[in-house]
Design a protein around this ligand. Sequence first.
Ligand code: FES
Ligand code: FES
Length: 156
Amino acid sequence: MRVNVIVNGEQRQTDNVWEGESLLYVLRERLGLAGSKNACEQGECGSCTVYLDGVPACACLVAAGQAEGREVRTVEGLADGENLDPIQESFVECGAVQCGFCTPGLLVTAHDLVARTENPSDAEIREALAGNLCRCTGYEKILDAVRLAAARKEHA
Ligand code: FES
Ligand code: FES
């Protein structure tokens, strides 16, 4: 089947998509957007998180056909050209990236939290990030990065 999706503001089309193929597979293997990571393919780890019509979703759990005509924003679409999004800058500054496998999904999730929650509490940050697993950082630096991005937004 043919699938049309708006990805990071661009209309993209892929042909010969198998019915069971995931949106994650289409993004990574057909459209060359390797930012979203494939770790579990079961909705457990959050490393494949993308915005689907503005709402974070695990791309491994979305059938490509379900994304027909919809808008997807991946981690590649967070930056504005060469300018990183503030959440990306905060992750870099706080040392919240180690192997980086979880990072794209965490960035999308954290980007959403900071956009919709003013001055989030630690409990709100932990709850928002609960679906994103990291094997490296112990989460403290990730929490620091989200706190920093939220504080900067508040004072912007
Ligand atoms: S790869 Fe999608 S949640 Fe783990
Ligand atoms: S930085 Fe390695 S899994 Fe999170």
